[in-house]
Structure formats: C-alpha cells, structure tokens
Design a protein around this ligand. Structure first.
Ligand SMILES: *Cc1c(COP(=O)(O)O)cnc(C)c1O
Length: 379
C-alpha cells in the first residue's frame, strides 16, 4: 500500500471493541481489573490509553518504525528522549536546531552533566571531527530551522553506526510523508506534532519513533516513568489531523514552491532559503533523501524597516510562533524561535534581524503572492 492509503487504512482507524469508524476518546485515568490475579491489557492511563495507543501506532507505521510514543509537546518528546543519556555523555548537535532544543541542552542537560557540541552539520566532516570517545548521539534536524540547511542523513547515520553512536532526527519540517529517517539508517525520529502532523494549530504534542526493539523499550520506560504523555482528547484531534496529512502537505508544498520562486525574483528580497530552489546548496542531498521540499521557507529582506512592515502588514498570514497549520504563518526567528539563543550565537548562525520564516498554509497561492507583493513592493 502506498503512503497516502496507509494514512487512512492502517489497522488503527477502527475502534476494535465496537468497529466504530474512528477511535473514540477514552477519557479515563484507570481501568477495572478482572480479578485478584488477572490484570487486563490496560491498568493506568499514564502507561496506556487506547486513543493514545492508536495514534502512537499510526505515527510509528507512517515513519516505518516499530514503536511510537506520544508526548504532551515536541519538547516533552525531545527532553524525554534525551533522558536516555547520563552524566559524562556527549552529543554532537546540528548548530541550528530548534531554539527550545538548544535551550534545554545548554541549560538543563548541561547542568546534568550531558555535554553538547554544536556543529554546522551540512558538512559531515564537522560532525566527524566533533565526535569524542564519550559521544553517544548525533542530533540532527534537516531541513533545519530557520535557514533550511540540509544534512546527509544516511551519511551521518553510517558514520554513527560504525562507532556505536545513536542518530536522532527531528523530522518536524518534513513529516513522514516527505522524509523517513529510520529508512535511511537513523535510530530515533522526533516530532513536534504540533506542526504538520496535527496541522490545524490547535494541539501541542510531540512524538518519538524508533525501529529497534531495545531502544523502544528504553523510551517506553522513560515515557511512563517521566510521565509527559499526551492526553486522550488531544490524541484524538491529532488522529483526525493526520488523515489529511498527504493532501495538506502536497498543496502547501506546491504553493510554497511558487511563493519561493516569486520571492527570489524580488529586488527587496536579499535571499531566499528553500530546498526546492535549484540554487539551494543542499538541493541534491535533500532530494536524494526526501520526496519534496516541504512547505516552510525563509527569506531575508533588504532592511529591518521592511521586515517590520511585512510582519505587521501581511493580512493572509498570522504573525505567530509555530508552523505547519492550515493557515500561513509568518514568524520572526530572531525574536521568536531563536529568542533563547544569545544574539552573537544567532548572528553567527545567519539568523539576522531581517530574516523571516514563512510556513505556507492552504490559502490560494495567488492571494498569498498578491498580499506579499502589496507590502514588499509598496513604494
Ligand atoms: C516547534 C518545534 C519543536 C518544539 O515542539 P513543541 O510542540 O512546541 O514543544 C521542536 N522542533 C521543531 C523543529 C519545531 O518546529
């Protein structure tokens, strides 16, 4: 079965007890046990909830993993996964990871004795040189946020495997529809399901997916022990959101390509970052590992004043944190996703004060371009 069909028919779309077409919201915290010495499949809803389980199995299946875990947020998925590591362990991390990941690594996990070295992961040599005897993981995001830089996932995973190191990939921007890191040899896929997976800007959630059983058991232990699980109402909303993942991604991606090409032709746009543009430095690598360029792009404008006008005056995109919704979203990395990063670290990574990120939603492309044209090219 092709991916688009598996989104709809995957064995987890029907309630096993009633055959209802759709998994109900099991709004419970505990389960009545049959007898003194016979406990059922479910005992307590932090451990297991059928609604969450249907969602976890669906996401695992779409990523071609064996186990999936749903968390209360993307950061909960990321932080819980990082609890795999212990004091004295070292991680090599792509330098332009999500701001919250940077923050939790440099403030919280550093305090716990888990060290991270941040490298430009567009060049595998940088990763290789940062590996130490105590390196336990390579942590990647491709395309990265907000400059859409590309890392060769199979190359990185191969290098890690030789050394017994785990490769972790935040696959939020691509979703399993466009990129499946486990198939490329990576070990753990993470998601902010808040973005494209749910897709409607109405749930905060996160996922971890693995292929290897033992790693699955360890994350399962951490999910239950740490307890940052996704509730049944939200699990249900995400199950519903995922049903349209393919059509949303296809449409937003087509539109993002058109907007990126239009932006690239404007005098007041200094630079456009989108892996769908042939001039993108990671174009070949990206299209070798993903089936599309996605729906997020970023661009630099000619002045801070114009940047302010675009953020305030565009009417068809929300000026907001986040991405991956049905509505287009403009965000300002310097003051939003990367506000937690010190200014020097930010500037050094190319996240300037004239950089805007655009997540293209489902509005008509011509309307979006007209809106951008009105503000960018106003006299
Ligand atoms: C939003 C985001 C996160 C954090 O997820 P939350 O659901 O907001 O906790 C992590 N990684 C990426 C790439 C994101 O865009």
């Amino acid at each position: 079965m092709k991916f688009g069909t598996r989104i709809i028919h995957n064995g987890h779309e029907v309630d096993p007890s009633t055959r209802a077409v759709g998994v109900p919201i099991y709004q419970v915290s505990t389960y009545d046990q049959e007898s003194f010495d016979r406990f059922g499949r479910y005992d307590y809803a932090r451990s297991d909830n059928p609604t969450r389980e249907a969602l976890e199995k669906t996401v695992a299946l779409l990523e071609n993993g064996t186990r999936g875990f749903a968390f209360a947020s993307g950061m909960a998925a990321i932080s819980t996964t990082l609890l795999l590591f212990s004091p004295g362990d070292h991680l090599v991390v792509a330098e332009d990871v999500y701001g919250g990941t940077y923050r939790v690594l440099t403030s919280l996990f550093a305090r716990l004795g888990i060290e991270a070295t941040f490298v430009d992961a567009t060049d595998l040599d940088n990763i290789r040189q940062a590996i130490r005897p105590n390196t336990r993981a390579i942590y990647l995001e491709t395309p990265s946020n907000p400059l859409l830089k590309i890392t060769d996932l199979a190359g990185a995973a191969g290098m890690a495997k030789e050394r017994g190191i785990v490769t972790i990939v935040d696959n939020t921007f691509m979703t399993p529809y466009l990129q499946r890191p486990l198939e490329l040899g990576c070990d753990i896929v993470l998601h902010s399901g808040t973005k494209f997976l749910n897709g409607h800007s109405d749930v905060i959630c996160g996922f971890a997916v693995v292929k290897e059983r033992e790693l699955g058991s360890r994350i399962r232990f951490l999910q239950n022990a740490f307890g940052a699980i996704l509730g049944p109402q939200d699990s249900w909303l995400v199950l519903r959101g995922i049903k349209t993942l393919k059509v949303r991604m296809e449409e937003s991606q087509r539109s993002a390509g058109a907007v990126a090409r239009w932006l690239a032709g404007q005098e007041r746009v200094a630079e456009v970052f989108y892996p769908g543009l042939p001039g993108h430095p990671g174009f070949e690598v990206h299209h070798g590992q993903a089936s599309g360029a996605g729906a997020v792009l970023s661009f630099k404008l000619s002045s801070v004043e114009l940047t302010r006008r675009v953020l305030e005056e565009i009417s068809l995109a929300a000026f907001a944190v986040s991405l991956g919704g049905v509505e287009s979203i403009l965000s300002y990395p310097a003051r939003m996703s990367h506000a937690a990063m010190p200014r020097e670290a930010r500037e050094a990574r190319g996240i300037s004060d004239t950089l805007i990120r655009l997540s293209v939603g489902l509005e008509e492309t011509e309307d979006l371009i007209e809106d951008l044209d009105r503000v960018i090219n106003s006299p």
